[in-house]
Design a protein around this ligand. Structure first.
Ligand code: HMG
Ligand code: MG
Length: 305
């Protein structure tokens, strides 16, 4: 895609912000998305269409989508950008469609306890909701992406079996997801765990249908991306300034910082299409806006230079 060797899907405006207690003003969210797009990111998760009672921070999703229309409805040639939004159930899809979203994200946990905590239902019930979203979205030309959570462990019930991950991955692909992202929601997995799981999944599922979504609680996320890259994955989710965490995964820290993998890929000669300087500026800016330390190691180092 346009000379890019890897595709980085920026999740900061969604995964990054969803867990922040004080409401971030809508104009700040919009400016964040604009800055990320200007830094060269082509895939930016813009918001969620979930219950505002469950995730109050993203209750302004429709307004965010309205204000980023110049980006989402850009003229051909302005860059092939995509702004996926979370829509786990038909109500979410309905709202996403009112906002003219062209890509939705459906999700399910590989483990039962997190499914209950995050979506108030069993894994199979979440998959049934996801399937009804896919059934309605696909004929309208809306792309559907899947995410599976808790690939290594569940905050309530411990380790996840690779069979449980594979079950959700296959169901999501069967219902028409163009790709499924593998979420280490807790950020506990090591490169060794990543390799074992990927070797298991890749027996049956081509690498081009999989992406990595690593949280960085234990500082393993960059290493996990490097290992997954070596095993053939070419799409990774990350969050500017390492913002993030899931409100229903207590203790889980931020996402992998986008700056950290762009730095790594730049030094490997792997083209991400992202301008690291602009990205670092954006990470520094949003950290200041939110009054929190910059969670990106590469970002902090480069800002200090
Ligand atoms: P529920 O309370 O069981 O749902 O929640 P319900 O169907 O009984 O509906 C309750 C109320 O919510 C009703 O309103 C519905 O209309 C409304 P009321 O009659 O009480 O006024 N409602 C909605 N409103 C707006 N948009 C919707 C929607 N659906 C229902 N889409 C539900 C079930 C799934 C809705 C809820 O549990 C929920 O919203 N969960 C989402 C939680 C979430 O967003 N978590 C974070 C994202 S996942 C994540 O971060 C992991 C990831 O990053 C990967 C990784 O790291 O591993 C993706
Ligand atoms: Mg996440």
């Amino acid at each position: 895609s346009g000379g890019r060797d890897v595709r980085i899907l920026e999740v900061g405006p969604r995964d990054g912000l969803q867990n922040i207690k004080t409401l971030v003003p809508t104009p700040t969210k919009v400016e964040l998305i604009e800055r990320l797009a200007a830094a060269g990111l082509r895939d930016i998760e813009a918001t969620s269409f979930v219950s505002p009672k469950w995730v109050p921070q993203l209750a302004d999703g429709a307004e965010v989508m309205r204000q980023i229309r110049p980006l989402t409805h850009a003229q051909p040639g302005d860059g092939d950008r995509r702004f996926p939004v979370l829509a786990p159930n038909p109500k979410g899809l309905e709202n996403a469609m009112k906002s003219d979203a062209k890509e939705v994200v459906i999700f399910a946990s590989a483990s039962q306890a997190f499914s209950k905590a995050n979506q108030n239902c069993t894994v199979d019930e979440a998959l049934a909701q996801a399937e009804s979203v896919a059934r309605k979205a696909l004929p309208q030309g809306i792309a559907v992406r899947g995410v599976v959570s808790c690939i290594f462990a569940d905050p309530y019930s411990g380790p996840t079996k690779p069979q449980e991950v594979e079950y959700v991955v296959k169901r999501l692909l069967d219902m028409g997801c163009y790709e499924v992202s593998l979420g280490d929601t807790l950020g506990v997995g090591t490169p060794y765990d990543t390799q074992l799981l990927l070797e298991y999944l890749l027996r049956d599922t081509p690498a081009r249908l999989l992406a990595g979504h690593f949280h960085d609680t234990y500082g393993q996320a960059v290493a996990n991306v490097a290992r997954a890259y070596d095993l053939g994955l070419r799409t990774f989710d990350s969050s500017v300034a390492g913002l993030g965490g899931c409100p229903y995964a207590v203790g889980a820290k931020g996402n992998l910082a986008t700056e950290d993998i762009v730095y790594m890929f730049d030094r490997m000669g792997v083209n991400t299409g992202v301008d690291l300087d602009k990205l670092v500026e954006t990470g520094d800016w949003i950290s200041q806006q939110l009054g929190r330390p910059n969670g990106s190691r590469a970002g902090s180092a480069l800002v200090a230079k």
